[in-house]
Design a protein around this ligand. Sequence first.
Ligand code: C2E
Ligand code: CA
Ligand code: CA
Length: 443
Amino acid sequence: MADHLKYKAQNSVNLEDILKDEELKSVLKRTSKIHNFRRSINNLLYSCSKEVGFIQFDIRKFKIINDIYGERFGDEILDFIVKKLEECCGNDKLFINLRSDVFMVVTEYDDEEELVEFINKLDREISCFKDVKLQLSYGVYTVEDESMELRQMEDRAAMARKAAKNNIVTNIVFYKEQFKESLYNRKFIEESIQTAINERQFMMYLQPKYSISKNEIIGAEALVRWCHPERGMIFPNQFIPIIEENGFIRKVDYYIWEEACRFIRKCVDSGIETCPISVNVSRIHLQDNECISVLDDLIKSYHIPKRLLELEITETADDQQISLKALELKDEGFKLLMDDFGSGYSSLNILLETPFDVIKLDKKFIENMMVSDKGKLILEHIVLMAEKLNLGLLAEGVETKEQIEVLQSIGCDQVQGYYYAKPMPEREFFSQLEKQYSKKAAL
Ligand code: C2E
Ligand code: CA
Ligand code: CA
C-alpha cells in the first residue's frame, strides 16, 4: 500500500476508535443516569407516605419538527424542556430525559387532580418554543402495588403516553388495564403484517354505491380485508391505524389499488357497463410523490381510463401539504372524493383549500343530523351547497328506509350503506353488475 494511503487508513481507524469511544462514553453516561434515576425512585417509593405517580411525555411529530427546522433546533427544544422541568419540578419531583424526546417525571401526590394540575402547568410552560407550537402527549401511571418492578411501572406510563397520542379529546391519559391487551394486539399486527403481504392474505372487498332514484349501482368502494389463517377475518380499523404508523400502509394500499385496477380491467374486458371504483388513499401517501407515479403506472399497465379509478381522501386536520398533494393528483386527472365529511373539525376549511369533486357524508354525521329538525335543515343546506359548488354528494353508512326517505326528500341521491349492500368479495359484486347490465339490456 502506498505510504499516503497507509497513513489515511491508519488515521481513519483512529478516528473510528475515537468515535466508538465517544459513543461508548455517552451510552455509559446514559445508563448510569437511568440507573441513578431508578435508585432515586426506589428511595421515593420506600420512604414516601403519599401516592406516587409516573408521568411520561413526548412531543407529537418531533421527527417532523427535526426534519423541518433541523436537528440543532430539535436539540434546543430538548434543552429548553429540561430547563423548564428543573424549574417546575424543584426538589420534590424527579425527572429524566429517557431518550430523544421522551421524558419522565416521578412524583408523590395526594389526589389525581394535583397530578393533572401539575401537568397542565408544565404544559403551559413547554408548549411553545421560539414561536413553534409543541403538542405534548402525557401518559400517567399511578402506583397501586409498590412491589411491582420499576420497569413495569415505566412501561405502563409509556402505554398511557401512546394512548394519549391517539386521543383527539385530551393529551393526558391515565393507564388502564385494557392498554395491555391492545399492546399485545399491536405487537401481533406488527409482527404478522409482512407475512400477510408475502402470502397474499389481504383481499379486496367491494361495497356498491347506489342511486336512490334509479335504484341501480353507480360505483363501488374498494375496502381491504385481512383473512388471517388462524385469526380469521381482521377488519381495517383493527390494523390500519397501526400500519399507518410504521409505513406498511403503503404496501397494503398499493395492493388494493392494483386489485381495483385489475377488477376494472376485467369489467371492461367482459363488455359489461363499467362503473368507477374508488380506493382509499391514506394520508401517509400525501406526504411525498410516490403515490402519483404508482397510480400512473397502474393506470398505464392495466390500460384503464382514469375516470374509472377514483380516490377517497379522508377529511383530517387542515393541512396544506395534503391540499397541495391532492391538487397534484387532481391535475393528473384523478377524481377526488372527500371521505368522512362532517367527522372532523375543519370540513369547510378543507373544502376551500382542496379541489374535491365529491363529498362523502360521514355515517355518524348523518345519524346526528337526522335526529332533529335543525339537523335536517343543516343537511338540506349541505346538499344545496354541494350543488352550488358543483360537487357530487354521497351519503355513507345508510342503514334504514327512513334515512333513504329523508335523503331523497332533500335531494341527496347517491348512497352507500348496509341498507343496499354490505362490502362483498369481488366475485359477488361482479355478478351483481352483470345482472344489472343484462336487465338493462333486456329493456
Ligand atoms: P371508510 O373509508 O369510511 O369506509 C366505510 C366503512 O363503513 C367501511 O368499513 C364499511 O364497511 C362501513 N360501512 C359501510 N356502510 C355501512 C353501514 O351501513 N353501516 C355500518 N355500520 N358501516 C358501514 P371498513 O371496511 O371496516 O373500513 C373501515 C375504514 O378503514 C374505512 O372507512 C377506511 O378509512 C379504512 N380502510 C378500509 N380499507 C382501506 C384501504 O384499502 N386502504 C386504506 N388506506 N384505508 C382503508
Ligand atoms: Ca372511504
Ligand atoms: Ca367514510
